[in-house]
Design a protein around this ligand. Structure first.
Ligand SMILES: O=C(O)CCC(=O)C(=O)O
Ligand SMILES: [Fe+2]
Length: 245
């Protein structure tokens, strides 16, 4: 297929076929199919720039599909910039501390279809246990199925609330805050008796941002735990690894 994600090993965009991955090492492969697309600077609501070529993995025969999904992504970019300021305040930083890091953000999205799962939850997941790569993820879903792992090691079902988003911390934020923010370990098992759809939006810093720990999260007593690299290097490393599972 022309838009299959395998054509771009270092990017997560494009079509991900059904039962392509096995992120938890289950007996059967993960029961979902998905379409991912990247940030496109020309669609940025705050800093539009048509001179930066986007990664184009869109199907050519359905312009409405692209238009509808990009409109939703554009609205979420504005929301995510606001949330980034709230996270900065939560870290006792000035609210604009991260503004420069989200001018050309990692802001990819995906839509996922999970068929009804018939196999037992011991043998299969819809998407196996994992953490997301960027700073945080905003998830919309039409029905239950998402589960998050509590600190006590219990899987907790996240019932969707009408009109509300689920926001999960992801690994770049965990690294930058030296584990002050903790990534949400999560998975999906669709036992709804019908197919499930979701649309996660992954928000992270510009690929050239150096992921240094934020100053309020390191000290002599609490030194930085992570090797320093750019957000782009981290993203590429994780994408390659995730695609091999
Ligand atoms: O479908 C969901 O609710 C979550 C999907 C997810 O975790 C992901 O795509 O990374
Ligand atoms: Fe996820």
């Amino acid at each position: 297929m022309r838009v299959c994600t395998d054509l771009m090993p270092e990017e997560f965009c494009g079509y991900h076929p059904m039962e392509r991955y096995n992120w938890e090492g289950s007996k059967r492969r993960d029961l979902h199919e998905a379409f991912n697309w990247n940030y496109d600077a020309s669609q940025d609501p705050d800093f539009p720039d048509s001179s930066i070529p986007p990664t184009d993995m869109w199907p050519k025969d359905s312009p409405q599909f692209k238009a509808a999904l990009c409109a939703y992504q554009t609205a979420l970019i504005s929301l995510a910039r606001k949330l980034t300021r709230i996270f900065a305040l939560a870290l006792h930083l000035p609210e604009n501390a991260f503004d420069d890091f989200v001018q050309r953000p990692e802001a990819g999205m995906r839509i996922i279809r999970y068929p009804e799962q018939v196999a037992s939850r011991d043998d299969q997941t819809g998407i196996g246990s994992h953490t997301d790569v960027e700073c945080f993820t905003i998830v919309t879903a039409d029905s239950a199925g998402l589960e998050v792992l509590s600190k006590a090691g219990q899987w907790i079902q996240v019932a969707p609330v009408k009109g509300a988003f689920v926001v999960n911390i992801a690994d770049c934020f965990m690294r930058q805050t030296n584990d002050f923010f903790v990534s949400t370990i999560h998975r999906v098992i669709n036992e709804n008796g019908k197919e499930r759809y979701s649309a996660p939006f992954f928000w992270g810093f510009n690929r050239d941002t150096v992921l240094q720990p934020v100053p309020t999260c390191v000290s002599d007593q609490n030194p930085n735990k992570y090797p320093v690299m750019t957000a782009g290097e981290y993203y590429t490393w994780r994408t390659r690894a995730q695609k091999q599972l």
